[in-house]
Design a protein around this ligand. Structure first.
Ligand SMILES: [Zn+2]
Length: 446
């Protein structure tokens, strides 16, 4: 059985004391030049070994950093070559935006943990130019970094300097030396995840297409609380109580963070019950770029820290040896999951209710989206989507973010999804199906 080492990426802000953001900018511009040069030489038919040596000899970065940047650029070309039959475009030969500096710990950058939990950094921005200061970031990421320094089993690996949202950041990878995460290729159960502003829906399917189980974890409290914090902040802004505003922001951040931990623990506990699972998320990067999805996604992306939730789930899952993966999120909420239908239309979905305009298949909209995530993954990984026979009842767990509470069943609330065989073959027994659908409609609107 194939497996890989447990690796995590930790993200930190940079509080610069010596040198400046301009130095980092120069370093990233050089990284971009290296990246573009690598693409240009590849297009001119150069051998990749020759590209490496030539580009490294002429770059303004330390050799090790240049090698890593060239590797990253070649990696992008390789991904394109592996996927071009699926319509992937070649990477643009010249990019205008900045490109990350990729560095090895001890060569392009170094971190110095201090006794008082602060961590100093030194980054070689270009040959002979050093930028120094302190890292800033979340307590979680500091904890993991400390573990990587103090625990023999961990090591600090590569890092990237990136400029994001007007801020310089360092993405540091830490790797566990022995802990293994199963290979997604060996997974028996595929768990699709659909994250929404008020719930996370999970659907576990075996490779033959049967849905083993599904659950909808609701967290109305996150939304309610966020609204409460929002009102509180607005009130303070009006009163110009800026000091209090910071306090509320911190309170809110801690609260949301706590919820995300609870929800992610429940997700992983639920996933762990299946045979060799892989967890599949919708790719958030693609989500932001997808025009079809803009309205729905914008709302979703701004209402919860989705990236943080996915990251926490992946991290906790990795500790259980469970791998995670992403798929392109396009149409997961609009497509009919019945293999023989697959009708895709925005109007199929209305709030929490999915009803196919063509075949009248009905389901809880988020659970159905989770099923579509699995189908997308199976299609990409195996080139085949097994036919969907039946779906189990949707179980809802209310207030999944509150309390330590046991498994999903402890607060379980069942809801008939109406997705039994009769509905799957709606044409055969229309009256029976219609009866069934009525019950669903009322239950879903509940
Ligand atoms: Zn349909």
């Amino acid at each position: 059985m194939q497996s890989s080492k447990l690796t995590q990426t930790l993200s930190f802000g940079l509080d610069i004391h010596t040198g400046s953001g301009d130095d980092l900018q120069t370093g990233c511009l050089e990284a971009r030049r290296i990246r573009n040069e690598t693409n240009r030489l590849d297009q001119s038919g150069w051998d990749w070994t020759d590209i490496k040596s030539t580009v490294v000899d002429n770059a303004d970065h330390v050799n090790n950093t240049t090698q890593l940047i060239v590797d990253k650029a070649l990696g992008e070309i390789e991904t394109y070559l592996d996927n071009k039959t699926d319509g992937w475009g070649r990477p643009y030969p010249y990019i205008d935006e900045s490109y990350p500096m990729v560095m090895n710990h001890g060569e392009g950058y170094r971190l110095f943990p201090e006794d008082d939990r602060t961590v100093r950094f030194r980054i070689t921005a270009t040959r002979g130019t050093h930028v120094k200061g302190e890292l800033c970031g979340s307590a979680d990421h500091f904890d993991r970094l400390q573990t990587a320094f103090n625990d023999e089993e961990w090591r600090v690996g590569m890092a990237e300097v990136v400029h994001k949202h007007g801020e310089w950041r360092l993405h540091v990878t830490v790797t566990h030396k022995t802990h293994q995460v199963a290979s997604k290729a060996d997974a028996d159960t595929v768990v699709g995840v659909d994250v929404n502003e008020d719930c996370i829906a999970l659907a576990a399917m075996s490779r033959d297409g049967s849905v083993e189980d599904s659950v909808v974890l609701e967290y109305p409290s996150v939304k309610e609380q966020r609204h409460e914090f929002f009102t509180k902040r607005k009130r303070m802004q009006k009163a110009e109580q800026t000091g209090f505003e910071t306090v509320v922001k911190t309170e809110e951040r801690d609260y949301v963070h706590d919820c995300l931990h609870k929800v992610s623990r429940k997700v992983v506990a639920w996933v762990s019950q299946f045979n060799d699972p892989v967890i599949v998320f919708e790719d958030l990067k693609d989500m932001r770029e997808s025009i079809d999805y803009r309205t729905r996604m914008n709302r979703r992306l701004h209402s919860l820290p989705f990236a943080a939730l996915q990251e926490m789930v992946s991290y906790k899952a990795a500790w259980e040896g469970i791998p995670s993966d992403n798929v392109d999120p396009e149409y997961t909420s609009q497509r009919c999951p019945r293999t023989e239908c697959q009708h895709t239309e925005r109007a199929n979905r209305h709030k929490k209710r999915f009803k196919c305009k063509r075949c009248a298949f009905q389901d809880h909209a988020d659970r159905k989206a989770a099923v579509c995530v699995v189908q997308k993954w199976l299609e990409r990984e195996t080139g085949n989507v097994p036919s969907l026979e039946t779906l189990p009842r949707v179980r809802k767990v209310r207030r999944a973010a509150s309390g330590a509470g046991g498994g999903p069943d402890s607060h379980g609330h069942s809801l008939c999804s109406g997705v039994h065989r009769q509905v799957t073959s709606a044409q055969d027994s229309p009256s029976q199906a219609r009866e069934e659908l009525k019950t669903v409609a009322s239950a879903v609107q509940d």
